[in-house]
Design a protein around this ligand. Structure first.
Ligand code: ADP
Ligand code: ZN
Length: 291
């Protein structure tokens, strides 16, 4: 069955068609410019596939997810210029009379990791997926459903205890300054050191500071939600950096809760190259056809 996937973030759109076995048949990528232009490009792409059965959208946010809200399907108050109050889902519905799933980018990724875990025979019913990229956010799946009813969670904007060596840094979140996103999003490397993250060696102390904050987020998520595992994706993450996060998590947890093998509990995505959302979209689109 031919299914469509849209992964929309503040810098690019990745559109793909594939099937319920999560195989990608075709994929394109274009920059996020204006809503009119970028959504038209999206529509034009999927028009090439007349046998499409459903589409799933995993979008940057904040977005309106309440189905009975007047602005269901909108991107709401995003700091991304031009994209506030945009009827994303409505634009797709103008051209496609199909089931269209509407969720956040991180929920899409969380769902992708959830279905992949099943394929890998991990017997889990829940997980949280964090992206540490241009922005920071997380989504949680429990028994195939997303956490969040009045809206989607905003786990990127939680408050944290500051690292003693980082007190001079104000953070870069336009709303909160030093929330999680304000302290560990990719652009904080430039803000703290003047260099891109990719050019800052892992031996630099800034990575320990970042690991301390991400470990706190993982600790809180563990204490509040008790998911079977927490997956970390996004451009900032690597296995070597995640090891630093695991070390700090262990220290902060101080033996209080059993999370099993730490390397299996705090993990990189099963889907490589940040492709989790595409897999998640195919799975969600398939479900939408069958319900
Ligand atoms: P997005 O969040 O926009 O979808 P990514 O997940 O790829 O995109 O994250 C991009 C961010 O990750 C940028 O801020 C970039 O500087 C940062 N980044 C990319 N590679 C690295 C790296 N090796 N180490 C640290 N940060 C990186
Ligand atoms: Zn914030």
């Amino acid at each position: 069955m031919r299914l469509g996937s849209i992964e929309a973030d503040g810098t690019k759109f990745v559109c793909a068609v594939g099937n319920e076995n999560y195989q990608i048949e075709d994929q394109v990528q274009f920059p996020t410019t204006t809503p009119v232009e970028t959504l038209q490009q999206t529509v034009d792409y999927f028009k090439q596939f007349p046998d499409l059965k459903a589409i799933s959208i995993a979008s940057f946010g904040p977005i309106e997810i309440r189905k009975n809200a007047p602005k269901y399907g909108f991107i709401t108050a995003t700091p991304k210029p031009n994209w506030s109050n945009v009827d994303f889902l409505g634009r797709l519905k103008q051209d496609f009379d199909l089931p269209i799933v509407w969720t956040t980018d991180v929920n899409g990724s969380a769902y992708g990791e959830y279905v992949m875990s099943v394929l890998y025979n991990e017997r889990i019913d829940s997980l949280t997926y964090y992206t540490i990229g241009t922005g920071v956010g997380a989504g949680t799946v429990i028994d195939g459903k997303f956490v969040g009813e009045l809206g989607h969670p905003e786990m990127g904007h939680v408050r944290l205890k500051r690292h003693p060596d980082d007190l001079d840094f104000k953070g870069i979140c336009p709303y909160h300054g030093d929330c999680l996103e304000g302290l560990v999003a990719g652009p904080t490397f430039e803000a703290r050191t003047g260099n891109k993250g990719a050019d800052v060696p892992l031996t630099d102390h800034v990575w320990d500071i970042m690991a301390y904050y991400i470990a706190q987020a993982a600790l809180q998520t563990t204490l509040v939600m008790r998911p079977a595992k927490i997956v970390f994706g996004g451009g900032v993450m690597s296995e070597a950096f995640l090891d630093k996060v695991r070390d700090q998590f262990k220290t902060l947890m101080n033996g209080y809760l059993d999370v099993g093998e730490l390397a299996d509990y705090l993990t990189m995505p099963l889907v490589e190259h940040n492709g989790s959302a595409t897999v998640g979209n195919f799975a969600l689109a398939f479900n939408a056809v069958n319900h």
